[in-house]
Design a protein around this ligand. Structure first.
Ligand code: B4P
Length: 187
């Protein structure tokens, strides 16, 4: 069975996007483009971009669309033609989704699936507070969930209207969730 080649992994903070993207890379050969991982590397290295985004990330807010769009555009332009990829954590706003749509149309390689990883809110808070990353303090986690509901959750309907969305239940053992995603990636 053929799998989707160009995928967006959508989900609330703590839904397991990063965890699952890495497993899908191993299992199915996707290149993972994780905006969260890239931003944290910039912050750690103290680069100009890192300095610009550190406080925003620590507060649980979203980094500006223009910065994120420029970052992802340059990564996509450098991918080898035909390389399968998963976008983890991008897009997070309608403006980002619209820009992504345009970039991929120019590259003549449109998305072929969007996976929405659904996890109940109390479990999201539990997972993130237990992980304890710098932005996993409970007050910041609540803010990230508020921002998700306000800015990112409209993307579910946006992609549903374009017949790209598949919902995947994200509770349960990590390997089981991966299995559900692989099924949802079948074309
Ligand atoms: P991200 O790095 O994308 O982080 P996340 O959404 O919080 O986490 P994710 O869903 O990947 O959860 P994970 O697998 O780690 O973003 C961080 C920040 O960067 C944002 O707040 C924002 O400021 C900025 N940013 C990133 N992209 C942006 C964009 N496009 N625009 C603007 N700003 C942007 O899992 C979480 C925990 O759950 C882990 O401890 C994991 O082990 C555990 N877990 C996973 N699956 C599990 C399971 N099935 N059962 C139990 N535990 C599980």
């Amino acid at each position: 069975m053929a799998l989707a080649e160009r995928v967006v992994l959508l989900g609330a903070p703590g839904s397991g996007k990063g965890t699952q993207a890495e497993r899908l890379a191993q299992r199915c050969g996707y290149e993972v483009i994780s905006t969260g991982v890239r931003l944290r590397k910039e912050v750690e290295s103290g680069s100009p971009l890192g300095k610009q985004v550190a406080a925003v990330m620590a507060s649980g807010k979203l980094v500006a669309d223009e910065l994120m769009i420029a970052l992802v555009k340059s990564v996509l332009n450098e991918l080898n033609a035909g390389q399968r990829f998963i976008l983890d954590g991008f897009p997070r706003t309608i403006a980002q989704a619209t820009a992504l749509h345009g970039v991929l149309a120019e590259l003549r390689s449109p998305l072929d699936r969007v996976i929405y990883l659904e996890v109940p809110e109390e479990e999201l808070v539990r997972r993130l507070v237990a992980r304890g990353r710098q932005d996993d303090d409970e007050a910041v986690v609540r803010e990230r969930l508020r921002v998700f509901a306000e800015a990112t959750s409209p993307l579910v309907a946006w992609y549903e209207e374009r017949s790209l969305l598949r919902r995947v239940f994200g509770l349960g053992p990590v390997a089981e969730v991966t299995g559900r995603i692989v099924q949802a990636l079948e074309l």
